[in-house]
Write a protein that binds this ligand. Structure first.
Ligand code: PMP
Length: 389
């Protein structure tokens, strides 16, 4: 066989022109201009001082955004699913019980992941568009006595936000660890890991942090850390927090190699954190609240309904909207994309065919954008009435 000839011909890869839409779905959102610059900074070796400093900056920034003094704070290589899988595989042993308080698609994913690890998984669902009361959650803990409770703070499939204040204290009465998804809530809505006694949390860079996907910050409380240190089971190598803590120098005395981290993503995450630090969390939370309140006022002028009836249950970063009868959700979303260059999303999981989802978060959370989207929704409602209903 000749080794200087290929048998598979080289493909032609053509660069295509396209108009970038304003990203107003449930994520990803647009990226800070400073972050675009940051991810073209030089690639670094995983074992050089410059990269070690980047990791240290990221860990300090993450302690701020999670509001924790915990040492076990780092970022997983991979999208937020990696954070989800890291929490589950590190903290719950096969045959232990995970209770999933389920409102949407993400907690269902967590249940699916857990069952693949041989974890006994109990899913308790709430009616679409509602959140759990602390009394309901305590009743579930009393009944099932789980080793861990998984819950999402913000649920991007239903547009709801779960009150977490007091839940950690309740979980700890029952010896249960509290695992929380903050992928679509962090930076947009208040979150206090230490004050709320959350044991493990993961988030994403591609939502209110306004960075690229591909790196997933995680943090573990001292209680969770103790469980990791005393566990008998071994999580997958790539997710093993004990090894990753050494790579990320979580205890200040190790700089070992575990896998090659992606320098562009590290630079990007570091820059996202600099943006949040510059603005400060309280100002960011207030900006998201003001933008979404303005957007909701505009929606009230239209023949639309909020999927989530209670104001306190509505997620600030993603609004779920029920269209008037007869509108095709897919056509509606495509019309906004094609005619107005705005990307919103159709329903997902339990909201498929029920609601469309509009995200105003991170760099996109501005009154101007809220007006742009509200104007485009107004025009789309009219255009589709005339042309295609
Ligand atoms: N959790 C929530 C609440 C999400 O909105 C998403 C993504 N839309 C995920 C988890 C998964 O994130 P990723 O696609 O970045 O893995």
């Amino acid at each position: 066989m000749s080794l200087d000839k290929t048998t598979i011909p080289a493909p032609t890869i053509v660069d295509r022109e396209f108009v970038k839409p304003l990203l107003c779905g449930a994520g990803p959102s647009d990226v800070w201009p400073s972050v675009v610059k940051a991810y073209s900074k030089p690639v670094l070796s995983p074992i050089c001082d410059e990269q070690f400093k980047v990791l240290d900056d990221i860990r300090a920034g993450l302690q701020y955004v999670f509001q924790t003094n915990s040492n076990l704070v780092l970022a997983m290589s991979g999208s937020a699913h990696t954070g989800m899988e890291a929490l589950i595989s590190n903290l719950i042993a096969p045959n232990e019980i995970l209770l999933v308080a389920s409102r949407g698609i993400w907690d269902q994913r967590a249940a699916d992941m857990a069952s693949r690890y041989g974890i006994r998984t109990i899913v308790s669902k709430i009616t679409l568009n509602k959140t759990f009361s602390l009394e309901q959650l305590e009743a579930l803990l009393t009944k099932h006595k789980p080793h861990a409770l998984f819950i999402t703070h913000g649920d991007s499939s239903t547009g709801t936000i779960q009150n977490l204040e007091g839940l950690g204290q309740i979980c700890h009465k029952y010896g249960t660890l509290l695992l929380v998804d903050t992928v679509v809530s962090l930076i947009g809505a208040p979150f206090f890991m230490d004050k709320w006694e959350i044991d493990a949390v993961y988030t994403s860079t591609q939502k209110a942090m306004s960075g690229p996907a591909g790196i997933s910050p995680v943090a573990f409380s001292p209680r969770a850390e103790a469980k990791i240190n005393n566990r008998k089971h071994k999580p997958p190598f790539y997710f093993d927090i004990t090894l990753l803590a050494q790579q990320w120098n979580c205890y200040g005395d190790t700089r070992s190699y575990h896998h090659t981290l992606s320098p562009p993503l590290l630079w990007a995450l570091r820059e996202c954190l600099k943006e949040v630090i510059k603005e400060t969390l309280p100002v960011s939370w207030a900006r998201h609240t003001a933008t979404t309140a303005h957007f909701h006022r505009r929606l009230k002028e239209l023949p639309l309904q909020f999927l989530v009836p209670k104001l306190e249950d509505r997620l600030v970063t993603v609004t779920t909207i029920v269209l008037p009868k007869g509108y095709d959700h897919k056509k509606f979303v495509s019309h906004l994309r094609e005619k107005h260059h705005i990307m919103i999303l159709a329903g997902l999981g339990p909201t498929i065919g029920i609601a469309v989802r509009v995200g105003l978060m991170g760099v996109n959370s501005t009154i101007t954008n809220a007006d742009i989207v509200a104007d485009a929704l107004t025009k789309t409602l009219k255009a589709l009435t005339k042309s295609s209903l």
